[in-house]
Design a binder for this molecule. Structure first.
Ligand code: ATP
Length: 213
């Protein structure tokens, strides 16, 4: 479904991702495992179109490299950045709706209802401002926001990073439930301990090179 082949990404003159290849099948949950600085965030940002890349990057038959970032989102790709990037003054619900403001997506209300059904704790604080939440709660909101656009593909950057054990367990539960929804998920983590049980396959990334693990 998502195919990355021979992908190269440079930041300034420095090659960061070198000839990376990986593929993600429909409904599959894969890991992208590598230590800090290995290039996980750079690879995910390149898929989203936040930084230029060369090589092959397709979603089904769509050439994503030919599209600007906002059009990639319209093809059903959701991204959860490591640092959450919520708008602090906006309510939780406004933050979750944010990706739909520019994409004119259909079925927004049904999608939001579905997200609140699978993450009822987020529904409970939907009217609170993002800045009033703990870091862990904000991670849940960032996942909810990624789900708003991510009808086909979810790219999650270290979703378990910094979560207290109870929240990490809960996040794992939510992600396990997503497996039945047909969404393909790529999870970047520096430590596979949180995700090993969830994954069907893992790719290892080291100094910008990706290999099957
Ligand atoms: P982390 O978990 O620490 O974020 P990561 O695997 O996600 O690690 P990246 O953030 O993708 O790694 O960084 C990969 C490499 O690219 C690192 O050596 C980093 O220093 C470099 N890098 C990333 N962004 C920039 C930038 N804006 N300018 C210069 N170098 C960068």
């Amino acid at each position: 479904m998502l195919r990355i082949a021979g992908l190269n990404v440079s930041i300034g003159p420095i090659p960061i991702i070198r000839n990376a290849s990986l593929d993600l099948d429909e409904g599959e949950m894969c890991g992208l495992i590598g230590r800090n600085g290995a290039g996980k965030t750079t690879l995910l940002r390149a898929v989203m179109g936040a930084i230029p890349a060369s090589g092959t990057l397709t979603l089904n038959d769509v050439d994503l490299l030919a599209l600007p970032a906002h059009q990639r989102v319209q093809h059903g790709i959701g991204y959860m950045p490591e640092d959450r990037r919520l708008v602090p003054q906006f309510t939780v619900e406004e933050n979750i709706r944010l990706p739909t403001w520019t994409t004119k997506a259909d079925g927004v209300e049904q999608r939001l209802d579905w997200i609140f059904t699978i993450m009822p704790e987020v529904a409970n604080f939907r009217a609170r401002r993002a800045m009033e939440l703990s870091g862990g709660q904000q991670k849940m909101v960032a996942l909810a926001r990624a789900l708003m656009a991510g009808r086909k593909i979810l790219l999650l950057d270290e979703p378990f990073e910094g979560l207290a054990p109870a929240l990490a367990r809960r996040l794992g539960e939510v992600m396990a439930n997503l497996k039945t929804e047909g969404v393909s998920i790529l999870i970047a983590e520096s430590n596979e301990v949180h995700v090993a049980d969830l994954l069907s396959r893992a790719f290892r990334i080291e100094r910008g090179s990706v290999a099957a693990a």
